[in-house]
Design a protein around this ligand. Structure first.
Ligand SMILES: [Zn+2]
Length: 379
């Protein structure tokens, strides 16, 4: 994660209309298979490979481990040089058995490199030493690795591609080198088929807070579609503050899309070529950490700071979205698998209902907040 425009817009989520959770959605939640503990163990595995710097043995070991343990995917490597780095993105495709050539694609992505420096470390003798990258790098890969175990048995009707990007987090300025190369190499056909590019980065913090990130901005049709899907799924999963989940318990304050952070990450090169993309990221790493503080880019980014529960929250959200077809663009596919809202006693709220109101309010608010915007370069 590189440049941050930290910008918090409180967008009156309280206006959301109380409606109800889908009993179908609750049935699907009971079937979820994501194992947070399994994902969490893989964080230690990754850190033990050593610093996953581009071109390193540790980097190769990580790729080999991922491919060997997830053989159902069709893996390809794309070694190349860029800005002085020897990079390799790892991409795996899973195509349905009776899939058609034009089948939609959902891409699940994370950077797998670990940062080559620790510029935020309080110990000056350590600032030039690569960080462990347990959360920043390891957590995203962990969630994708566990999902890749499950996805082959989901019998989805569309393709899923898993993308591990290299060199997101290298050097003094924003790099995202692997993501840039991958985006530039997409054909028009690829771009038209990819209906969601879902990036996970730094999602293992025990004190998990997932806010909406921009770009894409509020009012962007494709971005709103994906963030609205996140909100629709989050309530029944118990990730929305005080919204009753499928077990009848009040939700946790984990997903809060009324707060928005500007984040430049591997999703931005995708947006630049027209791929609908969002970034799941917690930029407040550590209890009570403020944006881009805490353990971020320090030697304290170690496996003990990563929580199996937090990995499970994100993993289950992504899994549920896949099983429900929530990441697909139903308008272009006439898919019948979008999350539905039916009557039931469970009280939650439907962002789909309030989405357009939300967007208009947000735009007005953004204009008002101009004076309060704090723009900050991460380094
Ligand atoms: Zn980073």
């Amino acid at each position: 994660m590189k440049i941050s425009v930290v910008f918090t817009a409180l967008i009156l989520a309280s206006l959301a209309t109380p409606v109800s959770a889908s009993t179908d959605l609750c049935a699907s939640i009971n079937e979820l298979e994501f194992d947070g503990q399994n994902a969490n163990e893989s964080v230690t595995t990754q850190v033990e490979f050593g610093a996953r710097l581009p071109g390193s043995n540790a980097s190769k070991e990580l790729r080999d481990w991922f491919m060997e343990t997830r053989p159902s995917f069709d893996w390809t490597l794309d070694p190349h040089s860029r800005d002085g780095y020897n990079l390799t993105n790892l991409e795996g495709r899973l195509v349905p058995e009776n899939g058609q050539d034009e089948s939609p694609v959902v891409v699940l992505a994370a950077h797998y490199d670990s940062r080559d420096r620790a510029e935020r470390d309080s110990n000056q003798s350590m600032v030039d030493v690569p960080i462990p990258g347990a959360n920043d790098g390891g957590s995203g890969v962990a969630v994708l690795w566990e999902l890749a175990r499950i996805i082959p048995s989901m019998n989805l009707s569309h393709e899923v591609w898993i993308l591990l990007t290299d060199a997101e987090d290298q050097g003094p300025t924003p790099s995202m080198l692997g993501a840039k190369a991958w985006a530039e190499n997409r054909t028009d056909e690829d771009i038209s088929r990819i209906e969601a590019f879902l990036l996970v980065d730094m999602i293992g913090d025990a004190d998990l807070k997932i806010y909406r990130t921009f770009p894409p901005y509020v009012g962007d049709e494709e971005g709103d579609r994906l963030w609205n899907a996140v909100e629709t799924l989050s309530g029944p999963l118990g990730l929305l503050d005080n919204i009753t989940d499928c077990d009848g318990n009040p939700g946790l304050d984990i997903v809060n899309l009324s707060t928005t952070d500007g984040v430049i990450d591997d999703h931005v090169p995708m947006l630049n070529v027209g791929i609908p993309a969002i970034d799941f990221i917690d930029i407040r790493y550590g209890v009570n950490a403020t944006a881009w503080q805490g353990y971020w880019h320090t030697h304290d980014d170690t496996p003990d700071k990563v929580s199996a529960e937090s990995l499970a929250h994100i993993g289950r959200l992504l899994e549920l979205g896949l099983r429900e077809g929530a990441w697909l663009d139903v308008e272009t596919n006439q898919s019948d698998v979008s999350p539905t809202v039916v009557e039931d006693q469970t009280s939650t709220y439907s962002p789909l209902v309030t989405g357009s109101v939300f967007a208009v309010i947000a735009l007005i608010f953004v204009a008002f907040l101009g004076l309060h915007e704090s723009v900050r370069l991460k380094r």
